[in-house]
Ligand binder design. Structure first.
Ligand code: KG4
Ligand code: ZN
Length: 353
């Protein structure tokens, strides 16, 4: 780390985490996160209005905490980065308005960045500069995509989608299946934990979009809604029969079906493009089975796998700061101070004009 590298503060508010991260270049100095997840748990999903209010209350204390941890003052920051989409509109607005207030009062540039690209860029904080090209498997509560990344700042079509989910996102499937197994929200970490006690081949759940016919049209796309329905049917049949539901086996078999398809398609895409580096990002990348299966299968093909540590996979401000710092380093023009929040921002638009 040298003093010449940009000191960037990143703000993330696209869902229920108020994240404020501070980086100098590729070095992580602070990653403060305040989550409103407990306020949503009893509703079984994130309530947008509740999330927005929680961001408003948490924002200033979280900024202060990040500055204290990093040992910097706001005056020393070179640039402000903020998630301006995709995500919950009201939640994004709180982050974008806060970032504008900081940029305006400090007289520093603002970079409105894409949340999905930030999930990829964060790995630089742990494993150094991102190999470009790399194949990114992005799996979160709202998205499941395969991306060919030649420039993470998005320059010259640098983030190009190869495939995406045609229905539920991978994280959404984890959350829905957890709910029907009586596990708390968000379900991903609970399925991950419970599955360790279960048998992943106990139940042969379907692998979405994997038949020969499906592969012709949807080689790099995903589908998880059929799997979710298959799990629901299996559990219902068990309950009707009066036998106990083997929660650990269902969780393990479901998790295996998701991870099997994700890894298989990601490696197929990397092979098709002749890419030797697979990067996995987003909340579901925290899944222990996904990480192990990717390592195991990629190793056999000579493909390197990079996955950030679990705490950097789920939503946080450090990922936004990491992408912002890359924008500064590569001389990208900052965003305008009237940049909007865009709840349905496409993954290809990495930096707001
Ligand atoms: O990236 P993220 O924090 O928020 C979005 O941008 O959506 O992802 C949240 C999703 C949730 O669906 C959550 O259940 C899932 O990531 N998740 C996991 C694990 N940890 C979080 N899914 C599977 N295994 C995990 N260990
Ligand atoms: Zn996310």
């Amino acid at each position: 780390m040298t003093r010449d590298e940009p000191l960037v503060l990143g703000i993330e508010t696209s869902c229920d985490e108020t994240g404020v991260g501070i980086v100098r270049g590729h070095t992580l100095l602070a990653d403060a996160v305040a989550s409103s997840v407990e306020e949503h748990a009893r509703f079984g999903g994130v309530v947008p209005e509740v999330a927005s209010r929680a961001h408003l209350e948490a924002m200033v204390p979280t900024i202060q905490r990040a500055c204290d941890t990093a040992g910097v003052t706001l005056a020393g920051v070179d640039a402000i980065a903020v998630t301006h989409g995709p995500g919950l509109a009201g939640a994004l607005l709180v982050g974008v308005a806060s970032a504008k207030a900081l940029a305006l009062s400090l007289g520093k540039p603002i970079y409105g960045v894409n949340h999905l690209a930030a999930h990829v860029a964060v790995d630089q904080l742990e494993h150094g500069p991102l190999p470009e090209p790399c194949l990114a498997l992005l799996v979160s509560g709202g998205h499941s995509s395969l991306l060919k990344v030649t420039d993470i700042t998005g320059y010259d079509d640098g983030v190009a989608p190869m495939g995406a989910t045609i229905d539920d996102a991978a994280g959404e499937a984890f959350d829905k299946v957890a709910r029907l197994l009586g596990l708390p929200f968000p379900g991903g970490p609970h399925i991950d934990r419970v599955a360790r006690e279960g048998d992943q081949i106990a139940i042969d759940f379907p692998r979405g979009l994997s038949s020969r016919r499906d592969l012709e049209r949807h080689r790099f796309d995903f589908s998880f809604s059929g799997l979710k329905t298959a799990v629901a049917r299996w559990v219902e049949a068990r309950e009707r029969s009066g036998e106990p539901v083997p929660v650990a086996d269902v969780a393990a078999s479901f998790q295996e079906a998701v991870c099997d398809v994700l890894v298989r398609k990601a490696l197929d895409a990397a092979g098709a493009e002749g890419i030797e580096d697979l990067m996995i990002g987003g909340g579901v990348a925290a899944n222990s089975r996904l990480r192990a299966l990717a390592e195991e299968r990629a190793g056999k093909l000579g493909i390197r796998v990079r996955v950030p540590r679990p705490g950097l996979c789920t939503d946080n401000g450090a990922m936004v700061a990491a992408l912002g710092a890359t924008m500064v380093e590569r001389g990208r023009a900052p965003s305008r101070l009237d940049l909007p929040a865009d709840s349905s921002l496409p993954v290809t638009e990495v930096l707001a004009g």
